[in-house]
Design a protein around this ligand. Sequence first.
Ligand SMILES: [Zn+2]
Length: 427
Amino acid sequence: MGYDSDYLDSSDPGSYEDKSGESEVDDAKRYKASNNCYCPNTQLEDFYLDLRFDDLKSFKHELVQFSIRKGFAFQYVKNDGTRVREKCAAKGCKWLVFCSWCSGKKMHVLKKYIAEHSCLVGTSKNRRVTGKVIANRFFDVINGMPFIKPRHLKAMVRKELGVFISDKVCRNAKAIVLRKLKKQFKEDFLVLNSYVLELKEANPESTVTVVSKRQEGLQYPIFQRIYICLIPIREGFMAGCRNIIGLDGCFLKGLVKGMILMVVGRDGNNQMFPVAWAVVENETTESWVWFIQHLSSDLRLGDGLGWSTNKVDMLMHLDRMRGLKRGTSVVEDLLENWPIEGWCCAFFNDVLKCEVIDNNMCETFNGVILEARHKAIITMFEDIRQYCITRIVVKRENTGKWKSSCGPRICARIEKERAKSGKWQVE
Ligand SMILES: [Zn+2]
């Protein structure tokens, strides 16, 4: 690809040149209003004269994004420390932009711009879409799938940016993201102890336990496990949740291998209530035992038996029924025809303790923390903690809107049962 001439006359169509370089803005049509400073956070519709940049780096960065959005490739005509002149890479196309240092404004200013292309814009090749550009743009995607295949990444870039990239660009992009992530993951582990101390200081009496191993020849201990149960969450569970918990484990998705184990309870409105979480090296009987031991002492589960059953009460009620007129035969008849293990919660076997027969609470929580599971360890814990705390606040505020003393889900449930029981008949 070539280009015809390096410089265009300001008399060319679409060309506006600020010849003075430092002159006051005087033409409302040619120059936009007073604040022409480039803002990296807002998408630039188009370049215009007198647009100001803090440095040439941000100008070049914007130019790459702009060329991707508009679907054309550009090439440098001049690129030194103080000025950058670029033109459309298509042969014969007049599109051109020139930005250089303006000593009066103490900024880099866009001094020449020919906005119209004489080529057919819409190319799918852009050499400026480098590994770095892809790494920035698709950081979260590559972070989520560090082993993504080049063909999948290429397809994604093609779909989102409309640009074809090579395998080499894909590899570079992945390498850049992984380098950044490795650094971040390493830094997180280095300050994990400080994070634990901070958590404990902010939430006294919380259980935060870290297990690490020392290995000969290594300066730092190697992280093995961590268990977190924060005091406000634990108290919330003990005070207002049902005596049912769900346990589950899922893989960490980031660079570090390992599992996150979690306990999710059920609140008074039959919604999930995450209680505690841990990161362990692997999902094994030993790691689960370690986790449950901590949990058992935190939630004062004891041996777990009798936690959600009340056989004594049930037997007392049956005795009272026996005391009624013809009661004994009714009770015997009842127990014979409908074994108590089949209809009384207190006599259910050890597996089933309430109507929750699946582990959807945990699956839901799994889904919520999906994104966090890609992140470095402290960032992940912070995401989870913030989610749980915010959730509690939101749910507490919602209780103010309740129309009765129990939650809307419970009211609906009672209503459903009431409607069903309306068809019953006592003979
Ligand atoms: Zn062009």
